[in-house]
Design a protein around this ligand. Structure first.
Ligand code: SF4
Length: 93
């Protein structure tokens, strides 16, 4: 399951993300970033936005491709497949 997240509590409101990618990010009433949309995400573009965040509070969980994935059933995947990226994504989030 893919999920775009911003830890708004850690955002300093620099505006980089919603300037670079206004389709997917906007700011709340306090001027801090929030996710606007998760539709039509281009991986290369979203990686550029993540890299541009000075406080590293944006994350994008990439789709797990393991054969026995439980991403959609559990918050933590326990499949033990070597190709599983679910838990890596949780660490990176
Ligand atoms: S780039 Fe990072 S710090 Fe700047 S507004 Fe976006 S989430 Fe906040």
């Amino acid at each position: 399951m893919k999920k775009l997240k911003v830890n708004t509590d850690g955002c300093i409101g620099c505006g980089a993300c919603f300037s670079m990618d206004p389709e997917h990010f906007t700011c709340n009433e306090e001027g801090f970033s929030i996710v606007k949309s998760e539709e039509n995400i281009d991986l290369a573009s979203i990686r550029n936005v993540i890299a541009a965040c000075p406080v590293d509070v944006i994350s994008y969980e990439e789709e797990c491709t393991c054969d026995d994935c439980h991403c959609n059933e559990e918050s933590s995947c326990g499949c033990n497949e070597t190709s599983c990226t679910c838990n890596d994504n949780e660490k990176a989030a």
